[in-house]
Design a protein around this ligand. Structure first.
Ligand code: AMP
Length: 189
């Protein structure tokens, strides 16, 4: 079974390229951000708990997020493309353990790399259609990028050491990035 991780800063295009890869390789597209937004929208007890955290642009706690991921692994028989997860080294270690329990592994981690100025521009463009509060406010956007640099950046080293990291320059168009990802990922599937 194939499992992929798509990894990149907010605004890098993780959702777009995860959708493309999910279709190509018949994977279940698990976006932890989407799942968490659904919880908030449903006004569940968990949703009410995490609403303020997400609106600030902070990361939701590891236990909440790993519970969601565990449930998804059980729910869908296909392999998974993880979008927006793991975001901390602790989450990355939990993911390895979870996959081991189910006798699975990660084929590769696709890191899409975009300069910070371009990320801010893309998030602001996206805010016109996404309707997301955390895409509109420049202070929250910066907070999310800081969270990425402080807590998520170390995850890159974790995967580099495990030998599964693919670095993709994603500063160009969607089509250019799509082609670069396709070429790199094909060797691992
Ligand atoms: P995203 O849609 O991936 O940009 O995520 C939006 C927000 O959801 C983030 O700013 C976090 O508050 C939360 N979130 C999504 N995925 C995770 C995760 N793996 N760990 C912690 N928080 C997350």
């Amino acid at each position: 079974m194939n499992n992929l991780v798509i990894f990149g800063a907010p605004g890098a295009g993780k959702g777009t390229h995860a959708t493309i890869l999910a279709e190509k390789y018949n994977l279940y597209h698990l976006s932890t951000g989407d799942r968490l937004r659904q919880e908030v929208a449903s006004q569940s007890a968990l949703g009410l708990e995490i609403k303020a955290v997400m609106e600030r642009g902070d990361l939701v706690d590891d236990d909440t997020v790993t519970r969601i991921v565990n449930k998804a692994i059980i729910e869908d028989p296909r392999g998974i493309i993880f979008d927006g997860f793991p975001r901390t080294v602790r989450q990355a270690k939990v993911l390895d353990l979870l996959l081991e329990i189910y006798h699975q592994k990660i084929n590769c981690v696709v890191r899409i790399d975009v300069p910070r100025d371009e990320l801010i521009r893309r998030i602001k463009d996206r805010s016109v259609t996404s309707g997301r509060k955390d895409d509109t406010d420049e202070a929250i956007i910066k907070r999310r990028l800081d969270e990425y640099e402080n807590k998520t950046f170390p995850v890159i080293d974790y995967y580099r050491q495990n030998g599964v990291l693919l670095n993709i320059d994603a500063s160009g168009s969607i089509e250019q990035t799509k082609a670069r990802i396709a070429e790199a990922v094909a060797k691992h599937m």
